[in-house]
Design a protein around this ligand. Structure first.
Ligand code: DHB
Length: 465
């Protein structure tokens, strides 16, 4: 593990009428004992103007925040990235390009993922590899902070979906001893892995309670609608719609999962800003549900204030320009169910998450008691401690965690990849321990990320200056 200040390239890139000139330190292996050297490396990019003594947006070579996006999706390997266009979704300048334009130093690590194997056929990217690598990359930044550009006390992680989940874990588990044996095994730098702020788009997290949350939200909705993705030639994804009705086994699982959710929510002791305890009764009704509704209503309200027409939403009750109430059942029917039950810990172990929790010699495992007990694939349970290490909720009240002070969580109002309750519980738990969370569900936004980078950067500037 090295950092050589003199080993860089200066590049200039013009895309969509914007030009960035930057210094690129590439292929920095961030551990001493890599198990997958291709993925345990990172690129660091710096606006070249800083080396000529200029400042950008008030930042200098030493004071610029370090923006640290990951490229993980679906808990698959996160590829090494550089300034350019987004690889998926609408054609848009990627966050690295835009962050450099804005004056941030960018540290962009590759990260191991759930499908990777070594030469002996042993899986090397199963949980907790992804979070361990992200932490190792942060340790590298802290370890070399004297030589590195930017302010390593201002690291902001960013990711979407599984990558958003990783960002939330980075924020919640700074320096926690649970991860130390894994970090030592790969020869991570002897430095801290705490971060300043976490930006999380639609985090697919709290996986061991995501099934019950999903069935609570989509209670009674048994038809599903999703897109099947295949990789077309040239590496472009193409999508075909899949619509269906859940089977009897899936409907039974849905009914049995949804009744588990109230006890979980109630065990968290969540409180709103006024200090009222947020709970659910056995029917899944109560103040926590009202809180989730308030998130959707705030979304509609902001959309109206931006001049958007929300009148096609029959489940929304607007009076005198105010979104005052909603019909939750009609709302979930409208956004539609995407996943069959159980949504994450699949009974046949056919989900990305079953695959994430596989182990060295076993491709997939269960990670909830319910699905392990009802397994249709003779599945075994993942190690309890590893399931814990993938869930930020367990660490937020743990005095051994150095939790990021600042959080920004975005979860699209019509996202169906996971329940809105997941980001709501994460937000409340953080607020309950005194952390600042900028939480919003952007109107009519599906499962997506990086769609409001100007606002994200304004938020970062606000907390850094
Ligand atoms: C992602 C999406 C999912 O629906 C899921 O279960 C896991 C990950 C993703 O887009 O990263």
């Amino acid at each position: 593990m090295r950092f050589d200040k003199e080993k860089y390239e200066v590049k200039e890139l013009t895309l969509e009428n914007s030009t960035i000139k930057y210094r690129a330190f590439k292929n920095l292996v961030y551990v001493d004992k890599p198990v997958n050297e291709e993925f345990q490396r990172m690129n660091i990019f710096v606006p070249e103007a800083y080396y000529d003594g200029f400042s950008i947006n008030g930042y200098t070579l030493d004071t610029a925040p370090v923006f640290m996006p990951n490229t993980v999706g679906g808990y698959m390997p996160g590829e090494l990235d550089e300034p350019g266009f987004n690889k998926f979704g609408p054609r848009q300048l990627n966050s690295i390009f835009q962050a450099l334009l804005h004056g941030y130093v960018v540290a962009a690590p590759a990260i191991r993922g759930r499908v990777q194997k070594n030469g002996q056929g042993i899986y090397t990217g199963k949980a907790p590899a992804c979070i361990v690598d992200y932490k190792a990359a942060v340790r590298y930044l802290h370890y070399f902070s004297q030589e590195l550009p930017g302010d390593e006390n201002k690291i902001i992680t960013n990711g979407t979906s599984a990558g958003g989940a990783l960002s939330s874990l980075m924020g919640a588990t700074g320096n926690h001893p649970d991860y130390i044996p894994y970090l030592e095994e790969i020869g991570a730098a002897d430095a801290g892995d705490e971060i300043f702020a976490a930006s999380c788009y639609c985090p697919i997290t709290n996986l061991d309670h995501a099934d019950m949350a999903y069935e609570w939200e989509f209670s009674g909705v048994y038809d599903y609608h999703r897109m099947h993705m295949t990789m077309a030639e040239g590496g472009r994804p193409s999508f075909t719609p899949v619509d269906g009705e859940m089977t009897d086994v899936q409907i039974k699982a849905s009914k049995e999962e949804e009744v588990l959710f109230p006890a979980y929510v109630n065990s968290l002791g969540l409180r709103d800003k006024q200090g009222n305890v947020l709970t659910l009764d056995e029917q899944g009704e109560g103040s926590f549900k009202a809180y989730v509704e308030s998130v959707v209503l705030a979304s509609a309200q902001r959309a109206m204030e931006q001049g958007r027409d929300v009148s096609d939403k029959k489940w929304l009750n607007v009076q005198d320009g105010k979104a005052v109430s909603m019909d939750f059942k009609a709302y979930v029917k409208d956004i539609t169910r995407m996943k069959t039950a159980p949504a994450f810990d699949d009974l046949t172990m056919d989900s990305p998450e079953n695959n994430l929790f596989g182990i060295a010699y076993m491709d997939c495992c269960h990670f909830t008691k319910y699905s392990a007990e009802h397994s249709m694939a003779d599945g075994v349970m993942a190690d309890k401690n590893i399931v814990k290490m993938m869930n930020p909720m367990y660490y937020i009240e743990d005095a051994q965690s150095d939790i990021a002070q600042h959080w920004r969580i975005r979860h699209g109002e019509c996202d169906r990849d996971t329940s809105l309750a997941i980001s709501a519980m994460l937000t409340l738990k953080l607020e309950n321990v005194g952390k600042k969370v900028d939480y919003h569900a952007p109107w009519d936004m599906p499962h997506a990320g990086d769609y409001d980078l100007n606002e994200l950067f304004a938020w970062i500037d606000g907390i850094c200056k």
